[in-house]
Every structure is written in structure tokens, then in C-alpha cells.
Design a protein around this ligand. Structure first.
Ligand SMILES: Cc1cc2nc3c(=O)[nH]c(=O)nc-3n(C[C@H](O)[C@H](O)[C@H](O)COP(=O)(O)OP(=O)(O)OC[C@H]3O[C@@H](n4cnc5c(N)ncnc54)[C@H](O)[C@@H]3O)c2cc1C
Length: 399
């Protein structure tokens, strides 16, 4: 970390994904904060996936700043349709590299160091420390871990042997996925309506979904198969997709399965986290997937990450002296842990529903709708001003 200007609070952010960069975009507007982001990859690469950002994500971005929302909108395909339940609000243009670039443009030059992988995080006295794989060690007033599912920050906060540290995949989901030009997808005879939003076709041996990317020029299509108990998040090792298992699925579903089978470019296991009992320890805190990785079935991981950033960003307005850091982290934990962990649970429930294994819910469309309305309402129709106010109230009580 560069030498901080006198009197500023030094914040080291580990991880330059959505959480790290969105938080940076907020902190950059605070004259009393000196932050730096350490990102392990040498550069952002296109992973060919897409992110659907729901209404709560949009509200969270606006709380951090209009410019954050604008950075996303520039790269996004707007799919808002109030008539559709769980309607996707915005699809990012094409994989995380595009939204990363948009957010990077909001940060002053030089505040992100790439190719810097944290090996461990810790604290000695009042000094928070990050040790990197290359042997360098930096000191800061606090560390915010935004380092994703396999977070080293999480291992420090919970203790390396805590059962909730590692990634989980209790339901054994394996995702087989392909991205192809939209014209090619249409040539499979797909109904054009499926190529303009994010359909989810449920079934007991796997659910199929597709998502338009790159402003509708590409289609990402995949099948998520439950019960394949591979090591969480491990790439490779899964058996090839067997399309004969889906002979009783609908014609539309079979077309999409064929698309994937013809060029199964990608296959990976899903991962989530069991609940962490706390999101902070002393001068070290975790946000985003580091704190609460969730299955993507409710499409809300990035949204929850952005909600974290909105709260931490608001609290750090008031972190004008070092003795306030831990109070801000505790207030963040109070305001964000219960809600974000409920969304982890909801994401598991969506997975069971899509795989027809959530009791008999799938047999009754009215009950399914009611579940989706309630769960979608919880994730998306939230008053984030109130969430920020609750965090500030908790913080002020601790002062
Ligand atoms: C298939 C799939 C589909 C999804 N779809 C949606 C969706 O539609 N809507 C939605 O809201 N969410 C979705 N999500 C979830 C969303 O992608 C994540 O919740 C979000 O990316 C979390 O952001 P993050 O910055 O917290 O973590 P990450 O995106 O994981 O970023 C962590 C960053 O930290 C870096 N890093 C890791 N370890 C270290 C280290 N030791 N030192 C330094 N840097 C490190 C990584 O390189 C990375 O850049 C989906 C997830 C998946 C897997």
C-alpha cells in the first residue's frame, strides 16, 4: 500500500471483483479515506457468463452513487418488464470483464494493483496486515476482504478450521454451459421469445436456462444437473452431459440441451457457503461472496454484494478516526448478516424448486408462484435506505 496521506484511514481491499471495485467507487469520494485494492489476476478476462442485476442491485448501486449505476447501464441490456415475475432488470453486456471495466473507470488511476494474490490476512495490535504470495507484506488500518468464495479473509475471520470456512455444494450441482452467437441459437429452432429474457425450464434431472449477452448478440445456455456430488467449485471431473436422460422434457428444453451437448465448452460445480457466525474480526471484515457465496438460482449474489458495499460505504462516511473502524464493522454485521444469509437460504430453496425436490411445490403452479413472489419480494423489493439507516443506528449506539 502506498504511504497514506497524514491522518487518513488506510483501507486495504483484498479482491477487485464487483464488491471490491464498487466499494472502491464509493470510498474514492471520501477525502478522509485512503484505499487500495489488491487483485490476484493480472488482468480481467471474459468468462462468457452474464449477470442479471435485480432491482435491489440497482437500488444499492444508486446508494453508492449515480455514476456506479451509470457504469453498469452503459454496458447492459435492459430487460425490465413489470409483467414478468422475477423479471430481470438488467443483463450485463458480456461477462464480468465488461462490468469490471465500467467500475474501473470510476477509480483514480493507480488504486488497483493486479497480479497481487493475498496468502494471508491478520492483525497485530492495531495494525491490519496482508501477506502476499510474492512475499510482500502491507499494513493498513483495516482490511476488507472482497476475495470471493475461497476467501483467505474468511479463513482469518472464522479461523481456518471453522466448518463454515470452505465452499460447499450440499446439493451437488454441476453446470454444463455454452455461449453461442444468437443467430446460431435461433437456427436450432428456438422460439425467439426465449432469446430475449432469462427463461428457467425446470425438471427433476436438471433445469435449463438461457441468457442473452452482449446486448443480445450472444446467448449463454446451460443445464444445471443436481446430485452430482463433486468437490465444490472444482472444474472438470464431471461425466459428459447425457441428453438421453431428458427425453421426457419439453421440446424447447431439448433444443437447449442439444445446443449444450453439441459444444459443451464449459462445465463446473456450483458452490455456496454455510452461514458464518460473524462477518468481522477486529480490524478485518469480509463482504460479497467472501462473506456469503450463494447458489446463482435466485440471481442475487452480486446484488447482495452491492448491498454490502452500500452499507459499508455509508458507514465509512463516519469512520473519521481509527477507533471507529471496529464499530463500523460490527454495525455492518448487524445490518447485513441476517438478510444476506436468508438470501443464501432462498437460493438453495430456488434450486430445490427448479429440481422438483422442494416437497410437492412443483406440482402446484399456484404454490410455486406464491413461493417465487414471496422470495423475489424479499430479495428485490427491499427498502435499502432503511437498511443503511439501521446500520447507522447500530453504529451510533456503539459510539
Ligand atoms: C454461474 C453464476 C451466475 C451468477 N448469476 C448472477 C446473477 O444473475 N445475478 C447476481 O446478482 N449474481 C449472480 N451470480 C453471483 C455473482 O457472480 C457473485 O455474487 C459476485 O460476482 C460476487 O462478487 P465478489 O466481488 O464478492 O466476488 P468475486 O466476483 O468472486 O470477486 C472476487 C475477486 O477477488 C479476487 N481474489 C480472490 N482471491 C484473492 C486473493 N487471495 N488475493 C487477491 N485477490 C483475490 C478474484 O480474482 C476476484 O476478482 C452468479 C454466480 C455464478 C457462479
Amino acid at each position: 500500500m502506498g504511504s497514506a496521506e497524514q491522518g487518513k484511514i488506510k483501507v486495504a481491499i483484498v479482491g477487485g471483483g464487483i464488491s471490491g471495485l464498487a466499494l472502491g467507487a464509493g470510498l474514492t469520494k471520501k477525502p478522509h479515506i485512503d484505499f487500495h485494492i489488491y487483485e490476484s489476476v493480472p488482468e480481467y478476462k471474459d468468462v462468457g457468463a452474464g449477470l442479471a442485476l435485480h432491482l435491489n442491485a440497482i437500488k444499492a448501486m444508486l446508494l453508492i452513487g449515480d455514476e456506479v449505476r451509470e457504469a453498469y447501464s452503459k454496458k447492459a441490456l435492459n430487460m425490465g418488464d413489470e409483467a414478468l415475475e422475477m423479471a430481470t432488470q438488467v443483463i450485463l453486456a458480456h461477462g464480468p470483464n465488461e462490468d469490471m471495466k465500467g467500475l474501473m473507470e470510476l477509480l483514480p488511476p493507480g488504486c488497483v494493483t493486479f497480479g497481487k494474490r493475498a496468502a494471508s490476512v491478520g492483525q497485530v495490535g492495531d495494525v491490519a496486515k496482508v501477506r502476499f504470495k510474492d512475499g510482500e507484506e502491507i499494513e493498513a488500518d483495516c482490511v476488507i476482504g472482497a476475495d470471493g468464495v475461497h476467501s483467505v479473509t474468511r479463513a482469518y475471520i472464522l479461523g481456518p478450521d471453522h466448518p463454515a470456512v470452505g465452499a460447499k455444494n450440499h446439493d451437488g450441482y454441476q453446470n454444463y454451459r455454452r455461449t453461442l452467437p444468437m443467430d446460431e441459437a435461433r437456427a436450432y429452432g428456438m422460439d425467439p421469445k426465449w432469446t430475449t429474457y432469462v427463461p428457467i425450464l425446470c425438471g427433476p434431472r436438471g433445469y435449463i436456462n438461457s441468457m442473452p449477452l452482449d446486448k443480445g448478440r450472444l446467448l449463454s445456455v446451460g443445464i444445471v444437473v443436481p446430485g452430482l456430488r463433486f468437490e465444490a467449485d472444482k472444474i472438470g471431473g464431471a461425466p459428459p452431459l447425457d441428453p438421453t436422460k431428458y427425453d421426457d422434457y419439453s421440446d424447447e428444453a431439448k433444443k437447449m440441451i442439444k445446443m449444450v451437448k453439441d459444444d459443451p465448452a464449459d462445465s463446473w460445480s456450483y458452490a455456496d457457503h454455510d452461514n458464518a457466525p460473524f462477518y468481522w474480526r477486529g480490524r478485518v471484515c469480509m463482504i460479497g461472496d467472501a462473506a456469503h457465496t450463494m447458489y446463482p438460482f435466485a440471481g442475487n449474489g452480486a446484488a447482495q454484494a452491492l448491498e454490502d458495499c452500500a452499507v459499508v460505504n455509508a458507514l465509512f462516511d463516519k469512520v473519521t478516526s481509527k477507533d471507529r473502524i471496529e464499530k463500523a464493522f460490527e454495525a455492518f454485521d448487524t445490518a447485513r448478516r441476517p438478510r444476506s444469509q436468508r438470501v443464501v437460504e432462498i437460493s438453495r430453496e430456488f434450486g430445490w424448486l427448479y429440481a422438483y425436490s422442494y416437497g410437492d411445490l412443483h406440482t402446484d403452479p399456484a404454490k410455486m408462484k406464491a413461493f417465487m413472489r414471496e422470495a423475489g419480494g424479499f430479495t428485490n423489493n427491499v427498502d435499502l435506505n432503511k437498511q443503511n439507516e439501521a446500520a447507522m443506528e447500530a453504529f451510533e449506539k456503539l459510539l
